[in-house]
Every structure is written in C-alpha cells, then in structure tokens.
Design a protein around this ligand. Sequence first.
Ligand code: FES
Ligand code: FES
Length: 170
Amino acid sequence: MTSARADDHLLDELQTVTLTVNGSRRSVAVPPHRTLLDGLREEVGLPGTKSCCAEGECGACTVLLDGRAVNSCLVLCVEAEGHEVTTIEGLSQDGLTDLQEEFLNAGAVQCGFCIPGQVVAAEYLLRTNPSPSEDEIREGMSGNLCRCAGYQRIVRAVQATAARRSGGDD
Ligand code: FES
Ligand code: FES
C-alpha cells in the first residue's frame, strides 16, 4: 500500500510536455526537474546529443532551440513546451550535411564524442554569420570543448563549409 501511494505521488509529479523535435510534434511525460538533454535522449529516443558535464561547460549537449544554439543540459524539458528543437539527427536527416562532410575531410573527428555538439554549434554559427573570420569561429565555438584537442581541424572544417556555401550561391 505504501509503495502504491508512492507511485501515485510520482505519477502526480509527471508533466506532459509537447514540443516539436526535428519537425515532428512529440509529447513526453517528465518530472519537472528533467532536463531537455535527458528528455531528448531518454524520452524521445535521440541519443545523438551527448551528455557529459551536465553543467553548461562542455557543449556536448548543444541543440537548436527555436533556431538558437543552447546547452540542453541547462534547459528543463518543461521550458521547451511549445518550442522547436533541432538535434544532430534533425540536421542530418537527409544524410550527411556539407558541414559534417567537411568535419570528416578536415580530420576533425577523432574519438567523435564532442562532434554532434560541435556540428550543431557550427551550424548555428554559419547561419548567423555565413563568412566568419578565424577569430569569430574560435569565439563562436568556444563553448564546445574537445578532449582530443582537434580545434584547428574544427576551424578548418567550418572555414571549408563557409567557402563551399558561398561558392554554391554563384
Ligand atoms: S553536457 Fe551540457 S554543457 Fe556539458
Ligand atoms: S573528437 Fe574526441 S572529444 Fe572531440
């Protein structure tokens, strides 16, 4: 009896959150303290967004929230109610993007753990600044850490993508 009452209490605490993830409307029932990061990975079933520091320091959990790059470990699921989230899976749902191809071409993918967050952050950077200088790339990507220290290669990948996109406009 005690455990049934405890379960009722847990169910009472769940909140239904409806959000759009990678273009699809999704509803999840989550406790109020569940982060968007955990909601995406555990409730929506999208493991591409990585969980690492859980305190906004590493950028591994970067997603786009209404088009802006955010650390999803610092956003509560309930705060995403009614909003639009794009994860690495959403960016690449039609296959590898030009940016991902340039990460590979530049040899920027080493252990790979930080790469989904790096790619989402770089995509946001290029959408807001299509021709960034090297300093602007380093500044724009400064919230994304790479334990393999592939920073120079990541910069090259972003530069190559910017050049490719600007060439495609001709
Ligand atoms: S896991 Fe979110 S910033 Fe590190
Ligand atoms: S490629 Fe290993 S942490 Fe960045």
